[in-house]
Design a protein around this ligand. Sequence first.
Ligand code: FRU
Length: 519
Amino acid sequence: MNTNERRQWSQIYFVLFAGFYFLALTVPAIAQTSPVDSRPYKETFRPQVHFSPREKWMNDPNGLVYYQGNYHLFFQHYPGGIVWGPMHWGHAVSKDLVHWRQLPIALYPDSLGYIFSGSIVVDSANTSGFGKKGQTPLVAIFTHHDPIKEKKGDSTYQKQSLAYSLDAGRTWTKYKDNPVLKNPGIADFRDPNVMWYQPGKKWVMSLATKDCISFYSSPDLKSWSKESEFGKASGAHGGVWECPNLFPLELEDTTWWVLLVSTNPGGPNGGSGTQYFIGQFDGKEFHPSGNTLKWIDYGPDDYAGITWNNTGARKIFLGWMSNWIYANQVPTREWRNAMTIPRELKLQRANEEILLTSLPVRELSRLGGPPVLLKDIPVEQTVDLTARWKDSADRCIIILHADEIKDFFLTFSNARGEQLAIGYDKATNHYYLDRIQSGRTDFNADFPKKYSAPRLTSDKELSLTLVLDVTSLELFADKGLTVMTSIFFPGLPFTHIDIGSNDHLLIGQASFSRLRSIW
Ligand code: FRU
């Protein structure tokens, strides 16, 4: 979100909030007269296998950290409304990346401002000194955003601060000497993401500083020195840079460094998007190998994603499943916005480059029964897959495999004639996703669109994993090389799936698993 948008939303939120209270006082019957199911997590449009807050507003994932058997998910949260407002850190935990339990709010705004995005590290060696009597502190590094300074036009309104927890993330104490990194006069100076850099035995922070990423280092998380900057002349610059995340990944016995950078606007299909760079990092500077633009997800709805800290060699990514173009307007009432499915990241060589692949974490399959398998399906005319699978498709994982990729389309639809279409177009070598007829689209003129994404491999075979969950579809093509995520709001769930091809696609194998709700 850029500064102007944020300012506008601060103003709009006051008006909306006042209006909301007025309505709540005068027409308390509105909620009761609606025919929809309003039990928590069962409301219309509520995702059933994705994390969404029990109520009110959510944006970026924050402070993802694995500790003592729990995956912690903190998130940008406004508990006072369903539009963006004064930011808190909401909190949820999971033992398996699939079932989530929301806990009390972890961090509240204070005299230094709202609590913007950031990260959490496990300070095992107690470098910060926050640990007492041998306790290991979890340390949160986040941006304090001062809305009053911002309004006054003082560009130093964002700075980095600390909080720590000595009870495995349940309660948090803000550091008394906050901020630990003051603002040097850069209006967009935020979203610190910190990791332990073992070769240099120091902490390294990646920080979004307007149009580049600045790297800082520290022995104790409290005093920070600037090391370098990266990116002024690299990557996509359609908007301000936000939410960096730097981490190592192995490929063929070589360590590569991956740098995720979100940008808004300027995403691959408009609005918010997350690009990535692969290269080397020496503890001071990041050097990308190659100049091609790479996106972790080409769909409209995967933003501000980062990975879990402290998971060893396994790297798990989570994104916010929305787009700043319309996130404040989507037609949910009790809560707003969900996260993507957690995805495992790996490196792969493709087209003489090293690229990132993302696939849903294997734990997701625990929500399904044994998959229904179909073999050797010639797709001459449209084939009704749901009739063959004999199950409703409203939330499911589908995996398709064909020895030879051909033009095809696949539609998810309902009895109202609403549909979401995906497919592959050989002439342009692009996948696409079309939500123009997907149901409620009237809340923002930019929502009903067709999006496309390049195919990034020259392999002949097609592999496609699709995760459908009431109001979202995540498409992972070619073992996760091309990903597209999209939300939508059908009047009835999409229960029906058809596939068609004008080029004699032969599907070698198709598997289908309906997923149980996590709530
Ligand atoms: C990204 C972002 C971050 C910021 C947060 C505020 O979506 O704009 O840069 O910290 O949201 O909620």
